[in-house]
Structures are given as structure tokens and as C-alpha cells.
Design a protein around this ligand. Structure first.
Ligand code: ADP
Length: 497
């Protein structure tokens, strides 16, 4: 009997690997930072070889730390930063250029051009996404057009495209497998969400040759074996999913209406919408949640740009707190926000507002306002923005949200979690294991190889750390939220067009 499933989580700031045991407890964990480069304004690159090397090294270190050999590993689950685009040579496996990271805005002019040509509705309808540089398609074309001859090589099938999972799969299998999973495919702008296949018309619109695309697999199931040279033997690779989808699975949001919210630098909320894609009338993205066997589940997703980052701003720019945890200490010294509202539109507003010209603002200042009120307003802004997104989800999906499952660094803040329960009027559930992204990848892989029998078996591993129950009357709650909405409205449309 094997002891562990190995999750490899290749993220934007680090690659980490975690060994999970049968009770879904992390037994060993290793993490290595990965640098980004910013060659021109708005452009972000990473070295694909570093993404690979840190992934492999962290996996080997985790095994070493657990003091076990690879024969104790039942399967590998892979999860990754999404949308980041890598092209490599089919023969040599060598990347032809640095990876274009999801954050890169380098293809904004191309997106504007396609929007002016009227392609936005087609893209939205087919992919569930918006025509934005964030996604992979325009990044692929940008890379192909930059180096003479590259497009021709891609058309002859000599150059391959992959998101980060795809490149790691290629390397892990010693170049045997050019593959991805449905969740990663659904972030490229080339994937037809309804048909579950690459879309020829979109390939034409974005000028991407069909031959360079990977084969698309379900998120759970053995898709290949590692080359024995990496871990001394073959290990089945049995689960692959993009980070937010993996976290949603790790949180076991397995039925329609279940929502998780991750509180990191930004916030990522994802709602399970069941076996049908739900198109959004409120600025959310529609995406594949996962595919297990022949069953696909879909999700609505909303991103908030500034969440934990507001706390970093208090610490590093205003210098009114010494550590992120101090935000809770200071905010707890006052019983309410004293009428102060902070709208953290520092880089514009994401879902559901999508206003790139909004800017940060503080409203309601009086002579009585203190740093404590400001800290309170900053934490409240994270909870209130999350309500904006969750309200949009409930409306789009026509589903009531019974409770919210949370993870990410800022969930350590108990006051913030209480605020979240209060402004939503539903309980907030914080699990013990907060590494839900890696855990989700492990679950997907473990299910495929029988390490966990079924979803019921996963439920057995679920352990709650704490529930935050709402404590406000609905009048108090809606009055508070109405003030927030007025503040948001006044922060919008600030930068001249
Ligand atoms: P990421 O994965 O985006 O790097 P993490 O999940 O590691 O983010 O969370 C880090 C973020 O959480 C930082 O922005 C930090 O300011 C915030 N944070 C960490 N601890 C607290 C806390 N106790 N209260 C409020 N915010 C916190």
C-alpha cells in the first residue's frame, strides 16, 4: 500500500510540492521561489526552465523530507498558475522564448484591435471569458510573430504551445506527452466551453495553428507516467487542474451553489454551477470547474485585484502597521468604522465592476477618524468587495449561497472572517488545511488511482478549523452595504478617458 499522493503546485511566485497522506494531511512540504522579469512596461516574463527545475527540485525535497522513496507515492497531481504561455521545440524540448506570464499586458493593443473588429461577443459566447490580454491566445500569436520563421515552424508542427501544466507534463514524461486538462484549456480563449473542444473559428481569429495545441484530458485520470530518470521509477500522473479550480476541488465545493473564496494578494471567488455553463450578465467569467470521467462541471469565477494587498499597502506605503497581523489588532480597538470607507481601486476595479479607470479613495473622513478606523475600513473593503462578487454569482446562477469556504493567507485574520460572515449574512467556514490548491490536485490524482475511493472518502478528510456565524440584523447589514455601494460609485471613472 502506498502512503502518499504528491501534489506539485507551480505558482507565480513559487513552486511547491506537498505529500498528502490518506487523511489528506500534509506530511512534508518544500517550496522554491521563482523570479519574474519585467522587460518593458506592462510585460511580465518567467524562465520556463526555472518553472520546471523548481517544480522538480521541490518534489524531490518533499520526498526527502518525508524520508520516503518514490515507491511510497501512489500518484502525482499537478496544479499551476493559469494562462501563462510557453512555446517549445518539439524535437529538443527547448523553450523558444521566455514564458509570457498571465499578468503581462503586452498584448493589450491586439485585444483592442480584435474588440474594434467586433469579436468580443463571439469570444464571450464560445469561451465564457472576455477578450483580455490575461488569457493565452493573444500571447501565443505575439510570440509567433516576434521571431522570424517561428510561425512557419509552428504550422509545420515543429513548435508546441502549452500552459505551465502542459510544459511540466512534457518534461515529467520525458517528452512523451503533449497534453493539458480541460480547466487549463478553458483559460486559453481557444476552447469552446459548450462543445468541450478547441474551436476552429477562434483559432482563425487569434491566428493560432491547430498543430501546436496539446491533447486535452479530464482533470482526474492517469494521463501518463513520469520518466524514471526523475524519481527513480515511473509514477502515474493522475490529476491536473489550474490553481483556482484545484482550490475549489480541494475545498470540496462539489455541488451547485457551493463557493470558495481565496484571500491572498487579491481574492478569487469560484462557484460550482453544476453540469451546465452559466453565462454571466454581471461581469464574471464562466469556466470549466473540472472533468472527471466523462462528467464536466462548470463554475463562475470572480477576481478582486486588491485584497491582502490593501493590508500590504497599510504596512509598506502608509507604514501605519508593522505586520499584516497588526491590521487585526488595530481594527479591533474600535467598535465600528466610524463612517470611514476605503475603496481599494488602486489598479482599477475587477469583477463585477470592471472599471480600469476607477482609483482608490477614502470616504467619510471626519476629525474623529483615526488609523484604527482606517485599518477597519481596509479589512472591511476586502469583505465588501467579496460581497459584490458573491451577489453577482448568486444572481447569475440563480442559486442561493448557503455558506462560504475560505482559504489563503489573509484568512488568518479572525476579524476579517467575522466581517465576511456579517456582510454576507451566511456562515464562513475555515478549514484546517489551507493549502487547498495543492490538496485539490492531490484529490484529483488520488481519486483516479484509488488512493481515495470516492467523493465520500474525501468528505471524511474534511476538517473544519472554525465557523464564523453572521451576527448582524439584516437592517444593519444592508445599511452597511449600501454605504459601501455609494463609496464604490464615487470612486469610479476617475482617470480621464
Ligand atoms: P498570495 O498567494 O497571493 O501570495 P497568500 O495567500 O500568501 O497570498 O496571502 C498573503 C496576503 O495575505 C498578503 O497580501 C498579506 O497582506 C495578507 N495577510 C496575511 N496575513 C494577514 C492578516 N493576519 N490579516 C490581513 N491580511 C493578511
Amino acid at each position: 500500500m502506498t502512503d502518499f499522493v504528491l501534489a506539485i503546485d507551480q505558482g507565480t511566485t513559487s513552486s511547491r510540492s506537498i505529500l498528502f497522506d490518506h487523511d489528506a494531511r500534509p506530511a512534508a512540504q518544500a517550496q522554491l521561489e521563482v523570479p519574474s522579469r519585467f522587460p518593458t512596461l506592462g510585460h511580465v516574463e518567467q524562465d520556463p526552465n526555472t518553472l520546471w527545475a523548481t517544480s522538480l527540485d521541490s518534489a524531490r525535497s518533499a520526498l526527502e523530507m518525508a524520508g520516503c522513496s518514490s515507491s511510497a507515492v501512489a500518484a502525482i497531481g499537478l496544479t499551476n498558475q493559469r494562462e501563462t504561455t510557453i512555446l517549445w521545440d518539439r524535437k529538443s524540448g527547448v523553450p523558444v522564448a521566455p514564458a509570457v506570464v498571465w499578468q503581462s499586458r503586452i498584448t493589450a493593443p491586439e485585444c483592442d484591435k480584435l474588440k474594434r473588429a467586433g469579436y468580443e461577443p463571439l469570444v464571450r459566447e464560445r469561451t465564457g471569458l472576455v477578450l483580455d490580454p490575461y488569457f493565452s491566445a493573444t500571447k501565443i500569436a505575439w510570440l509567433l510573430d516576434r521571431e522570424p520563421g517561428l510561425r512557419g515552424r509552428a504550422e509545420r508542427g515543429e513548435v508546441l504551445f502549452g500552459t505551465v501544466d502542459s510544459f511540466l507534463l512534457w518534461r515529467l514524461t520525458g517528452g512523451k506527452l503533449h497534453a493539458t486538462d480541460v480547466t487549463n484549456a478553458s483559460r486559453t480563449l481557444l476552447w469552446n466551453l459548450h462543445r468541450g473542444d478547441w474551436d476552429e473559428e477562434l483559432l482563425n481569429v487569434f491566428r493560432v495553428p491547430r498543430g501546436m495545441l496539446p491533447t486535452v484530458f479530464p482533470s482526474s485520470g492517469i494521463i501518463g507516467q513520469t520518466d524514471p530518470k526523475w524519481f527513480g521509477r515511473e509514477i502515474p500522473i493522475a490529476g491536473v487542474a489550474g490553481d483556482q479550480q484545484a482550490a475549489t476541488f480541494g475545498q470540496q465545493c462539489l455541488t451547485p451553489g457551493m463557493v470558495k473564496n481565496t484571500y491572498g494578494t487579491g481574492c478569487f471567488a469560484v462557484m460550482n454551477t453544476g453540469d451546465q455553463p452559466v453565462s454571466s450578465a454581471n461581469g464574471l467569467l464562466t469556466t470549466t470547474a473540472w472533468k472527471i470521467g466523462d462528467k464536466t462541471q462548470f463554475a463562475l469565477e470572480g477576481a478582486i485585484f486588491m485584497a491582502g494587498a490593501v493590508v500590504q499597502w497599510l504596512r509598506d506605503s502608509l507604514r501605519v502597521i508593522g505586520s499584516a497581523a497588526d491590521s487585526e489588532v488595530l481594527a479591533s480597538r474600535v467598535s465600528d468604522n466610524g463612517g470611514v470607507y476605503l475603496v481599494p481601486a488602486f489598479v482599477g476595479l475587477g469583477a463585477p465592476h470592471w472599471d480600469p479607470r476607477a482609483r482608490g479613495a477614502i470616504f467619510g473622513l471626519t476629525r474623529g477618524a483615526t488609523v484604527e478606523h482606517l485599518c477597519r475600513a481596509a479589512l472591511e473593503s476586502i469583505a465588501l468587495q467579496s460581497r459584490d462578487v458573491l451577489d453577482a454569482m448568486a444572481t447569475d446562477a440563480g442559486l442561493a449561497i448557503p455558506a462560504l469556504r475560505v482559504d489563503g493567507g489573509a484568512t488568518a485574520n479572525n476579524l476579517l472572517m467575522q466581517m465576511q460572515a456579517d456582510v454576507l449574512g451566511i456562515p464562513v467556514h475555515r478549514p484546517r488545511v489551507l493549502e487547498t490548491t495543492a490538496l485539490g490536485a492531490a484529490f484529483l490524482a488520488g481519486l483516479a488511482v484509488g488512493f481515495w475511493k470516492d467523493v465520500r472518502d474525501l468528505e471524511r478528510t474534511w476538517q473544519l478549523d472554525r465557523v464564523f456565524e453572521p451576527s448582524l440584523s439584516s437592517d444593519q447589514r444592508e445599511d452597511w452595504y449600501a454605504h459601501w455601494k455609494r463609496a464604490v460609485a464615487r470612486s469610479r471613472d476617475w482617470v480621464p478617458a
